[in-house]
Every structure is written in C-alpha cells, then in structure tokens.
Design a protein around this ligand. Structure first.
Ligand SMILES: [Fe+2]
Ligand SMILES: [Fe+2]
Length: 277
C-alpha cells in the first residue's frame, strides 16, 4: 500500500522580519527533508497583504511551488494593504485541485470587509456552499478529500483581549463563520478533512463517521509561532493513523512587527459613530 504525506501549515504572517523569515525557511527545509508529498497553507501567508511579502513567500517556498507540491488560499491578512491575496483564487470562491491521492476543495472565506485590518472575520454564502457541494460531488473514490479555508467553521475559544472585547461589543470579528456549521453538515460523509487556520492556537475536532466516513477538522495554528506543522499520512483515500507534529529546531517566533493601526482606529470610529446615531 502506497502511503503519501500531506503537511498543513497556516498563518505564516511573513512580514520580512528576521525571525519569521528564518522560521519559514527552516519549516521549508523540514518539509523537503521529510520528502512531504504535498503541502497546504491555509491563509495569512502575509502579515500586511503586501506584494513584497507575497514575493518573499514564493521565494521561500519555491522548491515546493515549482514542483507543484504546494496549495494555498488567502486569509484576511492577505486582503489588507495591497490586497496581495485578492488574485490568488483567480476570481473564484471555490477551486478544486487534484494531486497524487488528493482531492482539495479550496475555498476563499475572505470578504470585502477584510480590506480593513480590524474586520478580520470570514464570510461564506449559500452560493459558496452550493459550489462546495458540486465540487464534492465530483470527488473520485480513492482520493483523500479535504476542504481548505482560512476561517474557523466551529466556535473556538477567544485567544486575545481584542477578540474578547469585540465579542463583548457584539461584533462578529472573533466569531466562527456564520455558515460554518452548515458547511460542516453538508460535507459530512463526503470528505475526510476540513483544514483551516486564522486562530493561532491549534485545535482539532473528530466528528466521527457519517455514512461510514469520518470527518476531522484541524486548525493548524500559526506555523511560524509554533515552529511546527501537522503531517498526515494517507493511502487509498483514507487517513492512516494520527497526524504527527514536525518542526524546526529554531525557537518559535513570538514578536511581530507592529501592524498598521490606522484602519483599526477608523473602523472603531465608524462603529462608535453608528452606535451614537
Ligand atoms: Fe493569522
Ligand atoms: Fe486570519
């Protein structure tokens, strides 16, 4: 039985800092040393959505990119600044990729509001869910089938003071995708994995089998902050064993360059104005 490997990374937030570059470079070295068959990166590749950060991503991941062993989708940070991530899906919200033993349904969960740094929550529409349905209907038997998107589909604990503040204010910023649970219901029994990022602390859900097929949901967490990624094994369209963590010997990146706070302040001002009117 031929066993293949799939690595899941996310939230690299490449901001050209020495630490994030070094960790990303070391992660790529680990991926190559492990001879990982395919790699997915589920958004927030860049920190401020700049073309230079995206160029840096392509430079660092070139060995995988050039070999057709890399898939990636945009996250909310990729839509800020110069909107580098706005072009990655070629205008599509759902795109299918097929690789050796893999059927990947790539979903763009970002929305126009993500142009604002502070409005970080995702967006799914019923039309997008219908597209995912149609894509899964064409999935071949014998391929591990995964839905990739950036934002979380089920509720997760808040991880920071701003997230708690936003939730207390009744804003959607820290919430799961409004149609996330519906997406999960619609794909159960039809795919094996939902892989996402956005939240920087890794999580996982095992939803058990539906019509004989199990569904697992994995949040990668920030691969840069963790200095590691999950590695799945699969064969004949099914997972083999449990995923394992692989990492670098470098210390995790803890500090980021300061974000541009002006959009956040503008957003706060607009929300307060709305509240006062
Ligand atoms: Fe992120
Ligand atoms: Fe994000």
């Amino acid at each position: 039985m031929l066993i293949r490997t799939l690595a899941h990374l996310s939230d690299l937030h490449l901001d050209l800092s020495r630490e994030s570059d070094a960790t990303a470079s070391a992660l790529v070295e680990t991926l190559l040393a492990e001879r990982v068959d395919h790699v997915v990166v589920t958004g927030d590749l860049t920190h401020q959505g700049s073309r230079s950060e995206y160029r840096r991503f392509r430079e660092l991941f070139a060995p995988l990119l050039d070999a057709g062993r890399l898939s990636f989708i945009p996250g909310n940070h990729d839509r800020t600044g110069e909107d580098a991530g706005g072009q990655w899906m070629n205008g599509q919200k759902v795109r299918v990729e097929q690789h050796e033993g893999l059927f990947l349904v790539c979903v763009d969960s970002t929305g126009p509001h993500n142009r604002n740094y502070f409005a970080c929550h995702g967006e799914l529409t019923r039309a997008v869910l219908d597209e995912v349905d149609a894509a899964l209907s064409a999935a071949p038997t014998g391929a591990l089938t995964a839905v990739l998107l950036h934002h979380h589909v089920l509720p997760l604990p808040e991880e920071s003071l701003p997230e708690r503040f936003a939730t207390r204010m009744g804003w959607p910023h820290a919430s799961e995708l409004a149609l996330g649970a519906e997406l999960v219901r619609r794909v159960q029994g039809r795919c094996d994995l939902i892989l996402h990022g956005h939240r920087h602390v890794p999580r996982e859900f095992d939803l058990g089998p539906t019509r004989g097929r199990g569904l697992r949901i994995y949040n990668s967490g920030s691969s840069i902050e963790l200095g590691r990624f999950r590695l799945f094994q699969h064969a004949a369209g099914r997972l083999v064993g449990e995923p394992v963590w692989q990492g670098t010997a470098l210390p995790p990146v803890r500090k980021r360059s300061a974000p541009n706070v002006m959009p956040a302040l503008q957003y706060l001002a607009s929300q307060l104005t709305v509240s006062l009117l």
